[in-house]
Design a protein around this ligand. Structure first.
Ligand SMILES: N[C@@H](CCC(=O)N[C@@H](CS)C(=O)NCC(=O)O)C(=O)O
Length: 209
């Protein structure tokens, strides 16, 4: 199995976390669609990473689909099998996806030349992130995992999104949401998170998203 994508992409990281959680070996091809001469568009018509070559002739793209596929490969599921639990876990994951999308949109806008960037667009993304953090803090029940007794796609999606905020939109959200911060601190100690920290996450980075 081959995974294509760069180390700073939050969508690629989610797939790496899922593969590590499930102890699935894979070859990581660190290619970025932002680099000249890359081959991503030949694999994914949308020209985006992550892309997965499954090893049996299939080429899949989009992190949500890749995680859905990966989850079928071993019995311990990240995506709960019961309808009610799956819906709850996927709602948390969807919140995480929305946070990441807003952080990426904000970052790209912020990197435009001063005269071209829209402060109102940036503010709109920051409002989405602030509301999502407040919603998560109010909805989260203070347990180790968001849904049930085990780590699920909900924990993966939200925790990786919060760490992406720290990476690309660093600001003190923790003092407003200490319970959420405590929950994240617990999830962040997992090997799958510790081993996939993007290079430069501790510093203020300026590499492509
Ligand atoms: N919905 C997609 C989003 C993937 C995505 O936007 N990836 C970025 C890298 S972080 C990318 O490849 N961007 C290149 C482009 O949009 O041209 C997923 O979840 O995989």
């Amino acid at each position: 199995m081959k995974l294509y994508g760069h180390a700073t992409s939050p969508y690629v990281r989610k797939v790496r976390i899922a593969l590590r959680e499930k102890n699935i070996r894979f070859e990581w091809i660190q290619e970025s669609p932002h680099e000249a001469g890359n081959h991503i568009a030949a694999l994914n018509p949308l020209g985006k990473v992550p892309v997965l070559e499954t090893g049996d002739g299939r080429v899949l793209f989009d992190s949500a689909l890749l995680i859905e596929y990966i989850d079928t490969l071993t019995p311990e599921r990240l995506i709960p099998q019961g309808d009610a639990e799956r819906l709850r876990a996927q709602l948390w994951n969807t919140l995480g996806i929305g946070i990441v999308d807003a952080v990426v949109a904000r970052l790209l806008e912020d990197r435009r030349p001063q005269a071209e960037k829209s402060q109102s667009f940036i503010a709109r993304q920051e409002e989405k992130i602030a509301r999502a953090l407040a919603w998560a803090d109010e909805t989260e029940k203070g347990a180790a995992y968001l849904v049930g007794e085990h780590f699920t796609i909900g924990d993966l999606g939200l925790a990786s999104a919060l760490e992406y905020i720290d990476f690309r939109y660093p600001h003190d959200w923790r003092s407003k949401h200490p319970r959420l911060a405590r929950w994240l601190a617990g999830i962040s100690t997992r090997g799958s998170f510790a081993e996939t920290v993007p290079p430069g996450m501790e510093k203020a980075p300026d590499a492509p998203h």
